[in-house]
Design a protein around this ligand. Structure first.
Ligand SMILES: [Zn+2]
Length: 83
């Protein structure tokens, strides 16, 4: 595996969703390549920091429109609404 190939798999690797067929090669590369090890470490920190950021509140105009929806629509579970 090259550094470029590892970079392409970075998201799945950090999310622990890497396909089995890539996992061993990625781990082997990380064991050999300090640059990619540092990259994965940095990416994990970015993901962790992003998770801790407060979620922005929805715009007041959107909340006002949602409040005007009939309750029969507002109470539907996601996926039950029409297009
Ligand atoms: Zn590398």
């Amino acid at each position: 595996m090259t550094c470029r190939e590892l970079a392409d798999l970075l998201h799945d690797l950090v999310a622990d969703e890497l396909a089995v067929e890539h996992r061993g090669r990625a781990e082997f590369h990380l064991g050999q390549c300090p640059a990619c090890g540092a990259l994965v470490h940095s990416y994990r920190i970015v993901v962790e920091v992003a998770r801790r950021l407060p979620r922005p509140a929805p715009p007041p105009a959107l909340l006002a429109r949602l409040a005007q929806l009939p309750s029969s629509v507002a109470n539907l579970a996601p996926g039950e609404r029409g297009p």
